[in-house]
Design a protein around this ligand. Structure first.
Ligand SMILES: *[C@@H]1O[C@H](CO)[C@@H](O)[C@H](O)[C@H]1NC(C)=O
Ligand SMILES: *[C@@H]1O[C@H](CO)[C@@H](O)[C@H](O)[C@H]1NC(C)=O
Ligand SMILES: *[C@@H]1O[C@H](CO)[C@@H](O)[C@H](O)[C@H]1NC(C)=O
Ligand SMILES: *[C@@H]1O[C@H](CO)[C@@H](O)[C@H](O)[C@H]1NC(C)=O
Length: 410
């Protein structure tokens, strides 16, 4: 079998596993991994929820440069469920990627994840190849603040095309996305794998042991489905553009290096990169935001009905927290510094607050192309038409006059 044929077979087989490649749908607030438990399940057994603490949702060190002294000149620092046990079952994770001048993150696939990447520093050329039979190569040069998406399972790479160092932050739509570096897996096996055995080997890849369960967004049935907002046909999500008219721009967004306008009563601004802003995200189950905070600004308590959120601090100091569901309503909170990572499990009420005298910036990813946001204060006190005051007075166990004051503010 020729190398090219082996490669194509490999791509086809990897793609064939996709139907099985999603995380379990969360059946409870969270399931913090307990690596000490010997019981084997899909993912990792949960820790006793009463012993869960803020540290379980936390990782520190994403501000540190990875060691790129290696033949490819790049280094991935992972924040998967192994590094951040609270990610277990939540279907999202984050990495930092460092690139030496002209360093390369060589062609690889993530069998279980779509990846959304933003450039923090430097200039990257990125690209991916569509599956058989077209194998179209879609490529783009990214500057600081640009965002690009690599659809699940497709072969992709990034290359630093500048003379300085480059840094990217990327999020992946799995707690354990897996990585298969094409050159290593196919041509670098030790001892070498006979070509005719490779196909069989990949069919029993461990991705097959992952259950076929529901996910928040559609399961892709093709390489991608770039949103066509001009089409009047209504579906869950957005109708796809003709794949032959798809261009690199469809997977691209520019501007995440720009500070949002925080001149508003809460002192924070979310700049979204959802499927509306980046049409290539349609059906892929992931998105990204930049959040700016004035000194003491807050991103007030809210929920994302369709997404878990993983956040890293780029600048400043944030207090973050979330509240578990009934009946416990435990408040889990933590102060984050630059390079720290925190996860907000799907659907739970959470917030971030800048507790420094300077500006703060965070990059976060969400496990939906359209996570939705419900800001508690606005929904409860600012509904249109208003929720009757006596209902709220009873719900909050306060006098109706207190509710009237609050309703007047929203
Ligand atoms: C696992 O066991 C080690 C050693 O006994 C202990 O230090 C660690 O805290 C345990 N981890 C969890 C999540 O319980
Ligand atoms: C980086 O990695 C190289 C090669 O493994 C090693 O020789 C070097 O000491 C490392 N540098 C640091 C700062 O850890
Ligand atoms: C939608 O229509 C507008 C105006 O006709 C056009 O500029 C735009 O490129 C179209 N978008 C797509 C995704 O085809
Ligand atoms: C920021 O928003 C405020 C309030 O909406 C507005 O008055 C101001 O002009 C905006 N500033 C910039 C730089 O856009």
């Amino acid at each position: 079998m020729s190398n090219k044929l082996i490669f194509l077979t490999f791509v086809a087989l990897t793609f064939g596993c996709l139907a099985l490649a999603y995380e379990p749908k969360a059946l409870q607030d969270f399931c913090v991994a307990d690596p000490n438990n010997s019981v084997k399940v899909n993912g990792v057994v949960c820790k006793n929820p009463m012993q869960v603490e803020a540290e379980d949702f936390f990782f520190s060190g994403l501000h540190l440069m990875g060691n790129t002294s290696n033949p490819v000149g790049s280094k991935v620092t992972p924040v998967f469920a192994t590094q951040l046990p609270g990610l277990n079952t939540l279907g999202i994770s984050m990495v930092r990627i460092d690139y030496a001048p002209w360093g390369l993150n060589p062609p690889h696939t993530h069998p279980r994840a779509t990846e959304i990447l933003t450039v923090i520093e430097g200039t990257l050329q990125v690209g991916f190849v569509t599956s058989n039979p077209d194998n179209r190569f879609i490529t783009k040069v990214l500057q600081k603040g640009d965002v690009f998406v690599f659809p699940v399972g497709l072969v992709h790479f990034q290359r630093n095309i500048g003379n300085g160092y480059a840094v990217a932050i990327a999020a992946l739509s799995s707690q354990n996305p897996g990585a298969i570096t094409i050159a290593n897996a196919v041509f670098g096996a030790n001892p070498p794998i006979p070509g005719d055995i490779l196909a069989k080997t990949f069919q029993v890849d461990k991705t097959l042991t992952f259950g076929c369960l529901a996910s928040a967004d559609h399961k892709p049935l093709q390489d991608f489905c770039v949103a066509d907002p001009n089409n009047s046909v209504k579906v869950n999500g957005v109708v796809c553009k003709n794949p032959m008219q798809v261009v690199a721009e469809d997977f691209f967004f520019s501007g995440l290096h720009l500070r949002g306008n925080t001149s508003n009563p809460v002192g924070s601004k979310v700049t979204p990169v959802f499927a509306t802003q980046l049409p290539g995200l349609n059906t892929l189950g992931i998105s990204m935001v930049r959040i700016d905070y004035t000194p003491w600004g807050q991103n007030p308590p809210h929920t994302h009905p369709r997404a878990t959120e993983i956040l890293t601090v780029i600048e400043g100091t944030l207090q973050v927290g979330f509240v578990t569901s009934n009946p416990d309503n435990r408040f889990i909170t933590k102060v984050l510094q630059m390079g720290d990572v925190f996860v907000f499990p799907v659907g739970l009420v959470h917030f971030q607050r800048n507790i420094g005298n300077g500006y703060a910036v965070a990059i976060a990813a969400l496990s939906s192309q359209n996570p939705g946001a419900i800001t508690i204060a606005n929904v409860v006190f600012g509904a249109n038409p208003s929720i009757p005051g006596d209902i709220l007075a009873k719900a909050f166990q306060v006098d109706k006059s207190v509710v009237d004051v609050l309703q007047a503010k929203f």
